[in-house]
Design a protein around this ligand. Structure first.
Ligand code: ZN
Length: 89
């Protein structure tokens, strides 16, 4: 299977709103693949730790914020940004 992580490295401008994210997630759960609201590009789903998700457009890099999903819906992960990596000297 070959992992093709072709998420463009460019700046991801214009994060999607919680509403948009919730809708994408709903579609995802229904088995429909959603496309980017901006340019209809294909969305990749990133998973972090098993219960945090993020949709990223593989064309333009538009992305949702990391969110947690459960049976009742989605909510954005409210965590402080990760601490900087310890400097290696
Ligand atoms: Zn896009």
């Amino acid at each position: 299977m070959g992992d093709r992580d072709t998420i463009p490295p460019g700046p991801s401008r214009g994060s999607l709103s919680l509403e948009e994210t919730a809708e994408l997630w709903r579609h995802y759960q229904e088995g429909k693949l959603s496309s980017c609201p901006r340019d209809a590009g294909p969305l990749a789903l990133s998973v972090d730790g098993g219960n945090c998700y993020r949709f990223v457009c593989t064309w333009c890099g538009t992305a949702t914020i990391w969110f947690e999903a459960n049976g009742s819906g989605v909510h954005f992960r409210t965590m402080p940004p990760p601490p900087p990596l310890p400097e290696e000297e």
